[in-house]
Ligand binder design. Structure first.
Ligand code: NOJ
Length: 559
């Protein structure tokens, strides 16, 4: 397997609005980020993925961009951005920017032009259609509830928006759109950025006829995913982007690709296809969603998690490359979802980190994950900010659903769980701001915060730091082949990684119980070394049979 710096790296995601405020307006900003770079250096990460910092009216917190070449006023200036990247590079940290080009803001000058008239030169930058039988052009539902089409009076046509109505979809069939995107990418690459995370990049090519989706009983709109995800020209577009832009720079790319299978994942990431380096797949974070989608919550099972992770590990092996994540700004906090955010918060946060970082792929840490930050339960819908959550709440209230039941869904799955401010210390608003934060801090900040974690050698923070260091010291962690062991164990997730004569054995207990781990007979060794564990372990202890403690994790290296 070819060695690459981005395979050996650990990425840290910053959601700038919630990271660190430097000027007291309650909103995180670039100077706030600069002030925390030493913290990131201490953690040891190699790359920052920065969620969008471009000019935006913030209908979807920056994922609605009105100027791709300018910085959002609330975040600072281009001079601040330049200082930020320089300070990152000085510390050996690379910067990956978010590239949001499936859609723009409706306040982007292209869209302002586009809606003026049917013959405006920018008309064809977006996807306009006339209505059908007095209704929308098709029955697709937006990701943020309601129709994916918005009627525009000026020209009497509808435009497509897979997300909010302030996020019109760009028309990638138009070569001028593609050229604009490529030029804009070069603008940032020439300023020194080290790569892109590409927002919903598998949605840029739609089936041109835009056929109706299958309607579910009792629902007004339909899921049209199969007509806009992994569409007919997506690979052609990405290969063109690679040829025209990416091939000219040594950068990393990760595509956000909801709904991809491993076979599609390989199409996007196989090096000889010259598209992307890796994708974010969603199968493991969809395990607790039912047929009705994200808000149709069903408990996940360890058996399913094993199946899904193993499938991705094995199918991409030697063909593509995985990215490894349990958290990001769209997902609830992993320790609340897959671990125990009560009694065993610290143990289970470390266990989840071990489980993830020892797999094959590039690991991502989302801000606060390294502290074991948890979900939040705000008492009122008025405390929530996320457009997806608020639209869903409104729609369900209109359908007469019980408000408390809707709030329970939000507590479990809402995106604001990830967006409460980063908990820096135990002072007011967790040291995030001296003003009033745009969204409230999680009340548990007095106990869970970076300052306390840095002072405590047994903290989740120090555990992450060690995991990152191990990755630098043992090639088998990066390049070893994965094999699931104890497949049928209901509580233990264990696997091996093998490279040449070295084998890692990764043992993780996904429960508060104390199951016994038994090493399969096929695994033999002459020496063993404990690389990391989240409890004290007597190094002389035999590996053949171990009674695990709640949420215990251990990694051994065998030779
Ligand atoms: C995926 C992003 O991660 C999410 O935050 C955003 O709302 C949508 N794409 C639309 O840009």
């Amino acid at each position: 397997m070819e060695r690459k710096w981005w395979k050996e790296a650990v990425v840290y995601q910053i959601y700038p609005r919630s990271f660190k405020d430097s000027n007291g307006d309650g909103i995180g900003d670039l100077r706030g980020i600069i002030s925390k770079l030493d913290y990131l250096k201490e953690l040891g990460i190699d790359v920052v993925w920065l969620s969008p910092v471009y000019k935006s009216p913030n209908d979807d917190n920056g994922y609605d961009i009105s100027d791709y070449r300018a910085i959002m006023d609330e975040f600072g200036t281009m001079a601040d951005w330049e200082e930020m990247i320089e300070e990152m590079h000085k510390r050996g940290i690379k910067l990956v920017m978010d590239l949001v080009v499936n859609h723009t803001s409706d306040e982007h000058p292209w869209f302002i032009e586009s809606r003026q008239s049917k013959d405006n030169p920018y008309r064809d930058y977006y996807i306009w259609r006339s209505g059908k039988n007095g209704r929308e052009p098709n029955n697709w539902e937006s990701h943020f509830s309601g129709s994916a089409w918005e009627y525009d009076e000026t020209t009497g046509e509808y435009y497509l928006h897979l997300f909010s109505k302030k996020q019109p979809d760009l028309n990638w069939e138009n070569p001028r759109v593609r050229q604009e995107v490529y030029e804009m990418m070069k603008f940032w690459l020439d300023k020194g950025v080290d790569g892109f995370r590409m927002d919903v990049i598998n949605m840029i090519s739609k089936v041109p006829e835009l056929p109706d989706g299958d309607v579910q009983p009792g629902k007004k709109y339909a899921w049209g995913g199969r007509y806009f995800m992994n569409g007919p020209r997506v690979h052609e577009f990405l290969q063109e982007m690679h040829r025209e832009v990416l091939s000219k720079y040594d950068v990393m790319t990760v595509g956000e690709t909801p709904g991809v299978t491993p076979a599609e994942g390989i199409l996007y990431t196989a090096p000889e296809r010259k598209e992307l380096n890796m994708v974010f797949q969603f199968e493991h974070v969809d395990l607790d969603s039912g047929a009705g989608g994200k808000w149709d919550i069903h408990p996940w099972t360890l058996a399913d998690l094993k199946k899904t992770m193993t499938k991705w590990q094995k199918e991409l092996e030697g063909k593509g490359w995985n990215s490894l994540y349990l958290n990001n700004h769209d997902q609830p906090r992993a320790v609340s979802r897959f671990g125990d955010d009560g009694t065993f918060r610290v143990e289970s946060a470390k266990m989840l980190a071990t489980f993830l970082h020892m797999m094959q792929g590039t690991p991502y840490i989302y801000q606060g994950e390294e502290l074991g930050m948890t979900n939040v339960r705000f008492p009122s819908i008025d405390d929530y900010r996320d457009i997806e959550t608020l639209n869903m709440y409104k729609e369900r209230m209109e359908n007469g659903e019980d408000p408390q039941a809707i709030l329970e869904k939000i507590y479990y799955k809402g995106r604001d769980n990830a967006r409460t401010p980063m908990q820096w210390d135990d002072s007011e608003h967790a040291g995030f701001t001296t003003g009033t934060p745009w969204i409230q801090v999680n009340p548990n900040y007095k106990e869970i915060n970076a300052k306390a974690a840095m002072e405590d050698p047994n903290s989740v923070f120090h555990y992450y730091k060690k995991l990152i260091q191990l990755r630098k010291a043992h090639d088998v962690i990066v390049y070893g082949a994965y094999e699931l062991i104890l497949e049928d164990d209901p509580l233990i997730y264990a696997y091996t990684r093998t490279l040449g004569k070295e084998t890692l054995v990764v043992i993780t207990n996904f429960s508060s119980e104390t199951p016994v781990f038994r090493l399969p007979n096929e695994i033999t060794y002459s020496t063993k070394q404990l690389l990391i564990s989240n409890y004290d372990v007597d190094e002389r202890e035999e590996l053949h049979e171990i009674q695990l403690r709640p949420w215990e994790a251990r990694v051994y290296k065998l030779k």
